[in-house]
Design a protein around this ligand. Structure first.
Ligand code: AMP
Length: 178
């Protein structure tokens, strides 16, 4: 067995060229969910990297950010909150819109899910341009809470997504870099 977690997880991520559109090399993380042992190692990796940090709440970004985000919160004995696409959560919600390559999108959270002053760690599966994660951070700040930092299973480094997160939080954990 390969003793390097990064290499083992990388071997389980499936590359799907030209999905969902031409030119996108899609990282399919679903094979990981068929592997309970490595999934537990992923959770351990994130929780160990967060040790000693002031975190009150873990927030997961819809939808793949829920998959390891909630187990991470359980592992750390912390509450978990959902950042969802508009229209999925019951009222009252706080929302924020952000620009996509074409058009715009809107994400939201339940109004009192985070309390002012709390330190929130934001988790998602993949950091691409950083637009989604930056909007999630701004949403947390709009609630009067602080963004402790971010974690991602993978990062597409060539898209420079970390740059758009720096002014929200420079604490960024990523397991895989492409
Ligand atoms: P972005 O806002 O550009 O950082 O995009 C991040 C979101 O899009 C994440 O929630 C990812 O799930 C998804 N995403 C973007 N690019 C990819 C890719 N190449 N493979 C898998 N998911 C992607």
């Amino acid at each position: 067995m390969n003793h390097n977690l990064e290499d083992r997880i990388n071997a389980l991520v499936r590359e799907v060229p030209n999905f969902p559109k031409e030119g996108i090399n899609f990282k399919d993380i679903t094979p990981l969910f068929g592997n309970p042992e490595e999934s537990k190692n992923i959770i351990k990796y994130f929780s160990e990297n967060l040790k000693g940090q002031k975190v009150d709440v873990i927030a997961g970004i819809e939808s793949r950010g829920f998959l390891y985000g909630f187990p991470l919160a359980l592992e750390m004995n912390l509450p978990f909150i959902l950042i969802r696409k508009k229209g999925k959560l019951p009222p009252e919600t706080i929302s924020i819109s952000y620009d996509l390559e074409y058009g715009s999108a809107e994400i939201e959270i339940i109004k009192d899910a985070v309390k002012p002053g709390q330190h929130v760690h934001i988790h998602d599966d993949l950091l691409a341009t950083g637009g989604t994660a930056a909007a999630a951070g701004s949403l947390i700040e709009k609630c009067g809470a602080n963004v402790q930092g971010y974690s991602f299973l993978a990062e597409l480094s060539f898209l420079n997504g970390q740059k758009s997160l720096q002014n929200i939080s420079p604490n960024i954990i990523t397991l895989l870099r492409y």
